[in-house]
Design a protein around this ligand. Structure first.
Ligand code: NAP
Length: 285
């Protein structure tokens, strides 16, 4: 068994830390002595997660910050709160995600999956860049999914207005997230801030997809024995957040503790720049 990394003196922010992979990741990093900032949308669930981390590691330093990441204003308020309250940030883990059965529109007029899975990581990463930069060597991790392979960016229907399927929206949001990961890594080359995507594999025992139609629930139940337990799924996220050998590794897609190649269009720089510009326009005041 490998010795866990020592994260003493490091501050880690995990979004979606109240459940599933985010909670398991935060627990593991707290056990490695990192100062943890849990991002939650519900105060009760945030406090429950904090209590769980403290029960496992009583002397851990755990903070809760609140934001509904489907809202641009709430996401930017979260960024402000982190900038005001913390003097450093060594690792940002954009983990919060949804997979919904029905098309839902956020207060900002965006399709919910696109907003939470892709736009929120875009806003948080860009908003916290300066803090990450000034903390020395820092890491941004975006929790991706194999689903990105089936994704397609249709710029004339990014909000799935013409055609919606939950699976399609999820896959497209994760493709956008992987493309953003590579584009941000290119933009931050040489700054000391690395940006990588992490694919946890197919994981059982999390709450994602809980509102999908019955057919998906049945497939999920059939697939359960072939899915990894949460802690195993979180393992690569924890490794990518803390392993000293990855200090300078950037622009990669990790799965099972290995960097693996991804297919086009993830490496299409023209498309990535277009996506970035479009996202800036969508999130402009
Ligand atoms: N499970 C898998 O097989 C799998 C595979 C590949 C990738 N992933 C990715 O792994 C990440 C974590 O998923 P999971 O499986 O651990 O699911 P989960 O148990 O449902 O956890 C999702 C987390 O995101 C939070 N969240 C959802 N919507 C939010 C919002 N609007 N604002 C703030 N927080 C919000 C949830 O908060 P609440 O507690 O308040 O609901 C929860 O903490 C996701 O990005 C997912 O796409 C999962």
């Amino acid at each position: 068994m490998q010795t866990p990394a020592d994260m003493r003196g490091k501050t880690v922010l995990v979004t979606g830390a109240t459940s599933g992979l985010g909670l398991a990741t935060a627990e593991a990093l707290a056990a490695q002595r990192a100062r943890i900032i849990l991002c939650a949308r519900s105060p009760e669930r945030g406090e429950a997660a904090r209590a769980r981390l403290l029960a496992a590691a009583g002397d851990a330093e755990v903070h809760v910050v609140l934001a509904d990441l489907s809202s641009r204003a709430a996401t930017l308020a979260l960024v402000d709160e982190v900038l005001r309250s913390f003097d450093r940030l060594d690792v940002l883990i954009n983990n919060a995600g949804v997979d919904v059965g029905r098309r839902e529109v956020t207060a900002d007029g965006l399709e919910l999956t696109f907003a939470v899975n892709y736009v929120a990581p875009f806003l948080i990463s860009n908003g916290l860049l300066e803090l990450l930069r000034t903390s020395g060597r820092a890491r941004i991790l975006n929790v991706a999914s194999t689903g990105h392979k089936a994704g397609k960016l249709e710029f004339d229907d990014l909000q799935s207005e013409r055609r919606f399927s939950g699976q399609r929206a999820y896959n497209n949001s994760k493709l956008a997230l992987v493309m953003f990961t590579y584009e941000l890594a290119r933009r931050l080359a040489g700054t000391g801030v690395t940006v990588n995507a992490v694919d946890p594999g197919f994981v059982r025992g999390t709450r994602i997809g809980g509102t999908l139609p019955l057919g998906y629930q049945i497939i999920g139940t059939i697939m359960r024995p072939f899915m990894a337990p949460v802690r195993k799924g979180a393992d690569t996220i924890v490794w990518a957040a803390s392993d000293p050998s990855l200090e300078r590794t950037t622009g990669q897609y990790f799965k099972r503790r290995r960097a693996i190649p991804t297919e086009s269009p993830t490496h299409d720089e023209h498309l990535a720049r277009r996506l970035w510009k479009t996202t800036e326009a969508l999130t402009a005041q």
